[in-house]
Ligand binder design. Structure first.
Ligand code: F6P
Length: 548
């Protein structure tokens, strides 16, 4: 047994969850008229209704006790204080310092960091203003029209997701593009429509060693210099990184580099200079609102008792289903189209953080950890995979996210969107009994034999758990709060499971092998040895294709 599973609070939680396996949500709502109100909490422009979950007061009490027994609150304070909670990399975890107000103080081993954060933000804002106001000129004297962010993972997903979400706040003078894949197709089609003289590249890489990003950056540089010459690089390339040496070695003047710090994880970095595309698109004032929204959620997380604490509630509900009910996945279903990249963003945030099977104490876990996170805009999901949610065999807890105000969508459209979001969570919870299905078919005039044949296919067992998150609107502040809510949800779960949410050693092996295979494909290295038979055969197919 691990330090977690030997805890009395864990065993009590397991017993409570087992006792509620047959929990009947319809009956729970019927028996308790106050359930929806009691099982709701609100903060930072987000109302969380978590009443449609397979849990009761005793279940919640067991979860809160588990959180206390695991020291979630003490670990939360250690994170906010700047302790090196990322033990395997010996780093503090301080994305929260990136949104701390000017003048506040946070120290990493005696070194105050908030002043540095704001000094970098000021530089970033000055640069963004000069681009947005048309003062930053390209090699032929024209202002920037297109911004291409070259980065991958945390250096792409956050800024891309936020730029899409905040399109309503975008300046019309600039268009932001994102190139992440080393498949040259993406860069080719992005550049095909652009003019090098009015294009600004942001090379975004925390480490500045990421092969995909550097390969794309070199190709973009060639494209630019073919038109504008070597001297154009200084006006058309900026870098965002923690590695100034590598930036200089690449040929970008470090005067055009915006830094951040090793205590910012890649998937937690959109609040840093990695957010430059967002600043360019919506401007410094709006970006500051995004930061303020995230900070408001930080304060809520730090100060609010567990029963009303949104990140605690979401994190603990995840543990309830993953460890108490064996759920293997979690659906994120945003209904507003601006949030269409949110599931992809949350995949990295959650799965790269909690996709771990070894505890901080080095012991293998003897329980499930991070789930598979997946999703699409909910309205599209309804016409694709919701069938499985309603009538499939897997238990898939889900977050339904929708904004109450939606000024860019005509009222008629918005009403339909809201209706669908609410209807789906109701249908998932309520289901349809055999008797209800039969009565419906009888009303349609079917004979009894047809009813008997068809009715089993029309039954919905219901009792499928969902959270509903109602956002006031999708503005920078609320988006900041929403993202920080999920960051802290991931934190809560990592603290329960005793895993380090802030390293990602699991991405390394594939990278190592890719380097060897690349050399073999190029013919620099003999590929016949060292591989299994399957990889050897596939390698040979690829080699032959490359020779053609
Ligand atoms: O391979 C995974 C990863 O290291 C992520 O954690 C990170 O966000 C991404 O690659 C990009 O890394 P970088 O910003 O250093 O290029």
């Amino acid at each position: 047994m691990t330090a977690l599973t030997s805890l009395p609070a864990w065993q009590d939680f397991e017993r409570r969850a087992a006792a509620l396996r047959d929990f009947d949500l319809r009956a729970a709502f019927a028996a308790d008229p106050g359930r929806a109100e009691r099982y709701s909490a609100a903060a930072c422009g987000i109302l969380l209704d978590h009443s449609k979950n397979l849990i009761d007061d005793a279940g919640w009490a067991a979860l809160f006790e588990l959180a206390r027994a695991c020291g979630v609150e003490a670990r939360r304070e250690a994170m906010f204080r700047g302790e090196r909670i990322n033990a395997t990399e010996r780093r503090a975890v301080l994305h929260t310092a990136l949104r701390a107000p000017r003048g506040s103080r946070i120290e990493v081993e005696g070194h105050e960091v908030v002043a540095e954060v704001h000094a970098t933000l000021d530089r970033l804002y000055r640069f963004a203003d000069s681009v947005r106001e048309g003062e930053w000129l390209g090699y032929d004297g024209r202002p920037v029209r297109d911004v291409v962010n070259i980065g991958i993972g945390g250096s792409d997903l956050g800024p891309y997701m936020a730029c899409e979400a905040l399109k309503d706040y975008a300046t019309p003078q600039l268009r932001c593009h994102f190139v992440s894949s080393v498949d040259g197709w993406q860069l080719h089609h992005t550049l095909a429509a652009l003019d090098p003289a009015t294009t600004l590249f942001i090379v975004a890489s925390k480490t500045f060693t990421t092969q995909e990003t550097l390969t794309n950056a070199r190709a973009a540089r060639d494209w630019l210099t073919a038109a504008g010459g070597e001297t154009a690089v200084a006006r058309h390339f900026v870098a965002v990184s923690t590695n100034s040496q590598a930036v200089a070695a690449f040929g970008i003047d470090t005067a055009n580099m915006f830094g951040f710090w090793d205590w910012v994880g890649g998937r937690y970095s959109l609040w840093s200079a990695i957010g430059l595309p967002i600043v360019l698109q919506i401007g410094p004032t709006r970006f500051a609102e995004l930061l303020a929204g995230a900070h408001a959620m930080d304060c809520h997380f730090r100060e609010t008792p567990m029963a009303d604490n949104l990140p605690m509630l979401l994190g603990l509900l995840g543990v309830w289903y993953i460890n108490g009910f064996g759920a293997a996945s979690h659906l994120v279903s945003p209904y507003n189209q601006p949030l269409h990249r949110l599931p992809a963003y949350l995949q990295q945030l959650d799965m790269e953080s909690n996709g771990k099977s070894v505890r901080l104490d080095g012991q293998p876990v003897d329980y499930r950890t991070g789930p598979l996170i997946w999703g699409e805009p909910g309205i599209n999901g309804q016409h694709a995979y919701y069938q499985l949610l309603h009538q499939g065999t897997a238990l898939i807890p889900a977050d339904f996210i929708v904004a109450l105000e939606n000024p860019a969508s005509p009222l008629g459209h918005h009403t339909i969107l809201l209706a669908n979001c609410l209807a789906q969570t109701e249908a998932l919870m309520r289901g349809k009994s055999r008797a209800e299905a039969e009565a419906e078919l009888r009303d349609q005039g079917l004979d009894e034999a047809a009813i008997a044949a068809l009715a089993p296919h029309k039954v919905f067992v219901g009792n499928r758990p969902t959270n509903t998150l109602l956002l006031d609107r999708i503005d920078p502040a609320t988006l900041g709060s929403l993202i920080a809510l999920y960051e802290h949800k991931v934190f809560v779960q990592s603290a329960i499971w005793g895993v380090n949410a802030y390293d990602q050693w699991g991405v390394e092996l594939g990278k190592q092998l890719a380097r060897t295979i690349e050399a073999e494909l190029r013919g620099d290295k003999d590929g016949a040895t060292g591989h299994d038979a399957s990889t050897r055969r596939l390698l040979e197919y690829c080699r032959q294709a490359l020779r053609r």
